[in-house]
Design a protein around this ligand. Structure first.
Ligand code: NAP
Length: 287
């Protein structure tokens, strides 16, 4: 079997086109320009690339964006004052602090300082709680993007076995809640799950969010499964690869996302979408 390739790049491009139209309408009809502030602390090369891609996305769809770069040794209070300033800035509807933050910073305190109604990453405890009870306002971008890709796969999730490898707050746990809302039966695996393949072989939907290159091999995958590869790993030769052994698994799966060009572009598209949604909510625009 050769799996259907679910191209996040193509789906994200479609979503960005729709968002560009929507932003155009917000500008002309309501004089509202959605605004996103991105805060980058330090000079981590991967974070710099992510932030640049987010800025490019904003430019493409017409969202106003501003970048705030702070040195790696910035004290907590300085970062908190910047968040406070952005919280009170009327042209900013979304605030994103690029993770990970340096060690001296209490990341959770920073995420909690962002106004919940500008928390387009969906990491504030208020938004996490709303997601938990099925009333999400801002759903974290990567899990939201994964759900769009699953819809694209054509699989009806009701009653299916969904297995997630990884239990992080930014991917594993929220994607589990979203799958549960779609009536899948959900299993979350992690580094202590033994034996892991016993779980993964039951999966109609397998989400790999581990951070280990080509960790998921073909012998761990049920024939015909939909496989979503969230991992982004840099190989010694500089190339990127996912958490899934793509070539071998594609022979066995029913559908699969590539890396790059799978989940990554969707994360950015969902960030833009959440920012536009926030601008609407701030201005009571329901159309
Ligand atoms: P994380 O916080 O490091 O979590 C990794 C998870 O994998 C943990 O729950 C860990 O288990 C589990 N794990 C590690 N080794 C394992 C093993 N041998 N067997 C089973 N489970 C194992 O990572 P994350 O932030 O969720 O990110 C995961 C990957 O997705 C990374 O490659 C990251 O770069 C990528 N990512 C991509 C995007 C995107 O937009 N494309 C967005 C976010 C993340 P324990 O909890 O037991 O340690």
């Amino acid at each position: 079997m050769s799996a259907k390739v679910i191209s996040g790049k193509e789906v994200a491009a479609r979503i960005k086109q729709e968002l560009a139209r929507e932003v155009g309408l917000l500008k002309t009809k309501y004089n509202v320009t959605p605004g996103l502030a991105v805060v980058l602390v330090g000079e981590d090369p991967a974070s710099q690339v992510y932030v640049r891609n987010k800025e490019k996305g904003c430019d493409l769809v017409g969202i106003y964006s501003e970048k705030h770069v702070l040195p790696a040794d910035v004290p907590q209070d300085k970062l908190m004052s910047l968040i406070e300033q952005l919280n009170n800035d009327a042209k900013i509807h979304g605030i994103l602090v690029q993770l990970p933050l340096p060690e001296q910073i209490d990341s959770q305190a920073v995420l909690e300082a962002i106004r919940a109604d500008k928390d387009v990453d969906g990491f504030h405890p208020y938004n996490v709680g709303k997601l938990m009870v099925g009333e999400a306002r801002f759903v974290p971008c990567t899990p939201q993007g994964i759900m769009v890709l699953l819809k694209e796969s054509g699989m009806d999730l009701k009653g299916k076995q969904a297995v997630i490898i990884g239990r992080s707050n930014i991917v594993g746990k929220p994607v589990a809640l979203l799958l549960l809302q779609e009536h899948a039966t959900v299993t979350i695996c992690h580094s202590r799950t033994k034996p892991l393949s016993e779980q993964t072989l039951r999966a109609d939907v397998l989400v790999a969010a581990i951070g280990r290159p080509r960790f998921v091999t073909a012998d761990m995958v049920k024939p015909g499964a939909v496989v979503i590869d969230v991992g982004v790993n840099r190989l010694p030769d500089g190339k990127l690869c996912g958490d899934v052994d793509y070539d071998a698994v594609a022979e066995k799966a029913g559908a699969i996302t590539p890396v790059p060009g799978g989940v990554g572009p969707m994360t950015i598209a969902m960030l833009l979408s959440n920012t536009v949604k926030s601008a609407r909510l701030h201005n009571n625009i329901v159309e």
